[in-house]
Design a protein around this ligand. Structure first.
Ligand code: FAD
Ligand code: DHB
Length: 400
């Protein structure tokens, strides 16, 4: 599918800063609801479509993509997963989702593909979506006509909006439109990062494997039946170039090791990158006519696979609220937006922190802490209640 972006109007009901998953899904859902909006994205289309990030979609995200028209390739190429495997202390335990959650599961479908599908649909429909458009500021948050200021094609432009939604990620500018002291950000960092690789080799397990090891955490995921996505815990500040392919495979082998017969298939590594980890929440997610969604409002460490799904659920809640406003004139949904989303955000923050701290080994971690981690993992293996708690969090809360 190809298409040419429609010209960006100088006036819009909803101005969206950032064309990542949150901004694109919101724009798509608003377009379908007949609410006019513009998306301004600082990067070019190829960059946004190839930025390698998350890979797990919850049911609510899949449902929203399907109803937005972006479900066709997802249904064809996405891989439905009914469980994950946990490994620790050379043993393995599968956590079965459907039996523990009343029939729920997740899908493996990369963020790159979600973004490609949403961009293609918006361009096909001639919806205003502008790449290479860097927003410098948002002004008038406390008025009924906030203004987005951006640069594109060597000139400065503005869009006057009824509402502005900041979907511009953790380093975005939209948050700065709110007067100092009105928003509160709390968070924490972690003393480790992930080295993520893509490899042209069939995944060595049908389901994802989350491995605790005294050498550090490792995760086996996938992008397709022929492409593996793997992650290794590494020290903060690691240069990916310091890790040769052989060193990566040897280390993964050691961390996934179990007493049972299992081998990790190796293949050409096509991409390496290091991602730092943090938890952060900005509250409330709305001030005046400016709203925040996705990573612009909250960050989770990746071990719970929640970042992309939280971005999607914010977009879904917000699209419903704008739809209600357009249909009935009621701002009830917008007024409830922050509280509605923050309930889910804090649950995901807790789960992501839990997965991170249960599965990683901190530098100089006391042996006592490792025994506590084993005890927690042993309990998940032994207790259906503990396994169900993990499974329910992993498949996600219903949206709303
Ligand atoms: P983003 O995807 O960050 O999109 C924000 C968009 O705003 C970007 O396109 C950016 O270019 C644009 N923008 C920023 N500033 C401006 C501006 N001034 N003007 C215009 N546009 C602007 N989650 C997982 O669950 N699993 C993972 O493995 C995982 N890996 C990740 C790896 C990395 C390196 C990062 C950064 C995140 C990862 N995440 C992962 C988190 C997940 O990808 C995010 O939660 C998700 O992308 C959030 O979507 P978003 O649309 O809110 O933000
Ligand atoms: C992927 C990333 C995650 O952080 C995770 O918990 C599961 C899968 C992935 O990129 O495939």
């Amino acid at each position: 599918m190809t298409g040419t972006p429609a010209p960006v109007p100088a006036r819009a009901t909803v101005g969206i800063v950032g064309g990542g998953p949150a901004g694109l899904l919101l724009a798509r859902l608003l377009h379908q609801a007949g609410v006019d909006c513009v998306v301004l994205e600082s990067r070019d289309r190829a960059y946004v479509e190839q930025r390698q990030r998350a890979g797990i979609l919850e049911q609510g995200t899949v449902d929203a993509l399907r109803s937005s028209g972006a479900g066709e390739r997802l249904d064809r190429e996405g891989l439905a997963h009914d469980g994950i495997e946990l490994r620790w202390d050379r043993r393995a335990q599968r956590v079965d989702f459907p039996s523990l959650t009343g029939g729920h599961r997740v899908w493996v479908y990369a963020q790159t593909e979600v973004v490609k599908d949403l961009v293609a649909l918006q361009l096909r429909d001639g919806a205003p979506l502008l790449f290479d458009a860097r927003v410098s500021s948002v002004t008038g948050a406390g008025t009924d006509r906030p203004v987005i200021h951006y640069a594109h094609g060597g000139a400065d432009h503005t869009v006057v909006c009824d509402y502005v939604v900041g979907c511009d990620g953790f380093h975005g500018v939209t948050r700065k439109a709110v007067p100092e002291g009105e928003l509160r950000t709390v968070g924490r960092s972690y003393p480790y990062s992930w080295l993520g690789i893509l490899a042209d080799v069939a995944p060595s397990n049908e389901e994802l494997v989350y491995a605790h090891s005294p050498r550090g955490f490792a995760l086996l995921s996938m992008r397709s039946p022929a492409v593996s996505r793997l992650y290794l815990q590494v020290p903060n500040g690691t240069d990916p170039a310091a890790w040769t392919d052989e060193r990566i495979w040897d280390e993964l082998d050691a961390r996934f090791a179990v007493d049972a017969d299992w081998t990790l298939a190796r293949g050409p590594i096509t991409q390496k990158s290091v991602l730092p980890m943090r938890s952060s929440v900005t509250e409330p997610m709305r001030w005046g006519r400016v709203l925040l969604a996705g990573d612009a409002a909250h960050i989770v460490p990746p071990a719970g696979a929640k970042g992309l799904n939280l971005a999607a659920s914010d977009a879904i809640v917000l699209a419903r609220a704008f739809g209600q406003l357009a249909r009935t004139g009621s701002t009830a949904g917008l007024d409830a937006y922050s509280d509605t989303c923050l309930r889910r955000v804090w649950r995901a923050e807790h789960f992501s922190w839990f997965m991170t701290t249960t599965l990683h080994t901190a530098p100089d971690q006391p042996a006592f802490d490792t025994r506590l981690q084993y005890s927690q993992l042993d309990r998940i293996a032994a207790s259906p209640h503990a396994a169900a708690e993990l499974a329910r969090n992993y498949v996600g809360m219903p949206v709303g």
